[in-house]
Design a protein around this ligand. Structure first.
Ligand code: G3P
Ligand code: CA
Length: 354
């Protein structure tokens, strides 16, 4: 028996190596680092998300990509904000009383720039607070590009999500115009476009066929149909992460339909949600099970999972076969991949003047 196990194990390991080689080759063909370190809203564990502090820190740590969520101001400027509304990550409630529930698109750039997008972080995470975060501003796309270009020795790419794109007709074309004007469309692998919205994927592909695109995957309304048929609001569950942890695609075919749609829509990969071992914020439904990743790879699609921050979860995700990870802790992921981060986050922030 033992004599048979060794060759079988060898065969299994060599098959796994071949699969990893295939994924690495897929990434290489697109000039995408493998495995990729995607700084989710910047280095947003250690600095207020989507601000200069978070993006400068991610750049200096050595992240491959600065991840950003694209929206548009009332006066048509592309801005970088995750939530539909500004209440969680700014002082909009006190600065513009009565407008805290209004969408980002209700505010001019000057109004957005008047907001303090840093102090909320100090209140929410006192153990990581810095007085210098107070007054951090909401950024335009151009300002994030300036940061990405700002250090010749550290040149991260941009991983751009069209957020709630139905609220922003024409945003795909507008994005193309800005990237073109800044010379970013001629840099293979330096820009990746991402969206949950299949219509936006089609528009992005129409506008920028040569730029790699990722279809983000999610179980719930407007995305993969859940087996439970429920959404959070009618589930009776109090804890979102626990609710998401119980969710799964309706069946295998439903997941495969979405992978096929990604491929047919011109994506070079998928961005599936992942569950965190400790649940909590940003822990979602587990869509990175090995069979799911294998099904993506079988279609020639890369897998970039969102959003993991702990070593244990990095290891599980890599074992399951993902090709890159969105993380709020780019430094931790670089260290996990045994890629040297220049220094620890505190030292980098200090050197940056925070
Ligand atoms: O873009 C990948 C991931 O960021 C999707 O989730 O809600 O953090 O934008 P979200
Ligand atoms: Ca995003």
């Amino acid at each position: 028996m033992r004599i048979r196990v060794a060759p079988l194990l060898g065969l299994l390991l060599s098959t796994m190596d071949v699969r990893a080689d295939d994924s690495a080759a897929l990434a290489k063909a697109q000039s995408i680092p493998y495995p990729a370190v995607i700084a989710h809203r910047g280095a947003s564990f250690d600095a207020p998300e989507s601000t200069a502090a978070a993006y400068l820190l991610a750049r200096e740590l050595g992240a491959d990509y600065l991840e950003l969520d694209l929206q548009r101001s009332r006066d048509n400027v592309l801005v970088v904000v995750h939530d539909d509304v500004l209440a969680r990550t700014s002082d909009v409630a006190s600065r513009f009383p009565g407008r805290a529930g209004r969408p980002v698109s209700d505010f001019t750039l000057a109004e957005l720039k008047a907001l303090d997008a840093g102090s909320w972080f100090n209140q929410a995470y006192p153990q990581r607070a810095r007085a210098s975060f107070a007054g951090q501003q909401i950024l335009t796309l151009d300002e994030v590009i300036d940061i990405a270009e700002g250090n010749p020795e550290r040149q991260p790419g941009l991983y751009i999500e069209t957020k709630v794109p139905k609220q922003f007709p024409g945003i795909e074309r507008q994005l193309k115009a800005r990237l073109q004007a800044r010379g970013w469309l001629d840099r293979p692998g330096r820009v990746i476009l991402q969206t949950f919205d299949r219509d936006s994927l089609a528009l992005l592909h129409q506008e920028m066929p040569q730029v790699p695109k990722i279809l983000l995957l999610w179980v719930g309304k407007g995305s993969i149909e859940p087996k439970s048929g429920q959404d959070f609001a009618d589930s009776g569950e109090q804890d979102k992460a626990r609710f998401y942890a119980r969710q799964a695609p309706k069946d295998r075919e439903e997941l495969l339909r979405w992978l096929d749609a990604a491929k047919a829509g011109g994506a070079i990969g998928t961005g599936p949600s992942a569950q965190r071992s400790r649940l909590g914020e940003q822990s979602y439904t587990d869509l990175i099970q090995p069979w799911m990743n294998q099904a993506s790879h079988a279609r020639g699609l890369l897998v970039h999972a969102y959003t993991l921050d702990d070593r244990e979860d990095f290891a599980k995700a890599m074992d399951a076969g993902v090709d890159g990870i969105f993380t709020n802790r780019a430094g931790a992921l670089l260290r996990f991949y045994q890629r040297p981060a220049v220094a620890d986050e505190g030292q980098v922030l200090q050197a940056l003047g925070f």
